[in-house]
Write a protein that binds this ligand. Structure first.
Ligand code: Q9C
Ligand code: ZN
Length: 353
């Protein structure tokens, strides 16, 4: 398995996120990736390299899943933020005002000239700080996803986009859930564009992959499946219910498998089996796995109870599909264990028992 790691990731380093009325230290920290990289060097699964992709090809791949208006916003967000007030150079940008989703309440078609308003227009939470290095880090991550997709399209059995910030909560024109560019969606679309006619995305992060679902919701060529904490009680709250099955041409091509907080490995693995069956029935020729390790029992912001040793079995189960597979690194906030858990899963995939 080839790993493409993002050399720009540490430039994205938020200070604090808003949580229930107060500011708390960010959970999504640079050390997360460093622990995975260190463990991959200790238990090698294949080459580890930064991605080398052409700038123009990268911009085109990103633009396949995100709107031009959103990408323009992101590219100049930091300089616009600092232009509001030079003192902002020392502060993360976080939104504080949003157009709520009633079409007769607020307009989303008129781009505000005020940066704070634009930030709210393109965000769905106040837990995703935008910092000086966010755009370079997110773009570097998209390059990892694209390189991983290309490697798999050219015949590699699997490839790993080891990057942060994560991506699966980012939609066509919004950021949130610590995510800015949807790396899994970029990989899935790149696989489509490389000739795979049916691509499946199987999201195993604790949180529903709302951004990916939204991006492909009306499409029949990309099946999106997500196993996650029930949005009735778990983030992202406003999407991820079982009755969301896709729309238009995409009707029947989205599957959500929400599970209650407290779910352990047996029930989680049963849901994974359902997800695997759906991918198999769909007849995909390539797979993308947004790999969150926040299903771990020690995760500070999540509620499932998988143990480190369980992840090898998860990898083996994913390998049973026999599909060329791209993994993207998503959540997982038990920092000391995230490297072990990630490599357990990837090793289980690569070396089935
Ligand atoms: N302050 C991913 O795992 N915040 N995103 C929860 C904690 C949002 C998680 C409250 C969690 C987002 C990629
Ligand atoms: Zn998550």
């Amino acid at each position: 398995m080839k790993t493409f790691h993002n050399p720009h990731h540490a430039g994205h380093a938020g200070q604090q996120e808003m949580f229930r009325g107060r500011m708390v230290p960010c959970h999504e920290v640079p050390a997360r990736l460093d622990f995975v990289l260190t463990e991959l060097q200790r238990r090698p699964l294949g080459d580890i390299a930064p991605p080398s992709v052409d700038d123009t090809a990268l911009d085109a791949a990103i633009a396949r899943v995100h709107s031009a208006r959103y990408l323009d916003f992101l590219a100049s967000a930091w300089s616009d933020w600092v232009a509001m007030d030079p003192a902002n150079a020392q502060r993360d940008a976080l939104p504080s005002v949003w157009p709520i989703g009633n079409p007769h309440a607020f307009r989303t078609d008129v781009l505000p000239r005020n940066f704070a308003a634009r930030l709210g227009l393109f965000s769905f939470d106040s837990g995703s700080p935008l910092t000086a290095g966010t755009w370079a880090a997110a773009r570097g991550g998209a390059a990892c996803a694209l390189a991983a997709a290309h490697a798999v399209a050219q015949g590699e059995r699997s490839a790993f986009a080891l990057t942060r910030p994560p991506g699966h909560h980012a939609g066509p024109d919004f950021l949130g859930g610590y995510c800015f560019l949807n790396n899994a969606a970029i990989a899935a679309q790149a696989l489509r564009d490389a000739g795979h006619t049916k691509v499946a995305v199987l999201d195993v992060d604790y949180h529903h992959g709302n951004g990916t679902q939204t991006i492909f919701y009306e499409r029949a060529d990309v099946l999106t499946v997500s196993v996650h904490g029930d949005p009735a009680t778990e983030y992202p709250f406003f999407l991820g219910h079982a009755d969301e099955r896709g729309a238009g041409a995409g009707a029947g091509f989205n599957l959500n498998l929400p599970l209650p907080r407290g779910t352990g490995v047996a029930a989680w693995r049963a849901a994974l089996d359902t997800a695997l069956q759906a991918v198999s029935d769909f007849g995909a020729s390539a797979l993308v796995v947004p790999m969150g390790l926040d299903t771990f029992e020690g995760d500070p912001i999540s509620g499932f109870t998988l143990k480190s040793a369980d992840y090898a079995g998860v990898g083996q189960a994913l390998a049973s599909l026999g599909l060329p597979t791209v993994f993207t690194f998503e959540g997982g906030y038990a920092v000391d264990e995230v490297g072990t858990n990630a490599v357990n899963l990837l090793e289980g995939f690569q070396r089935p028992a």
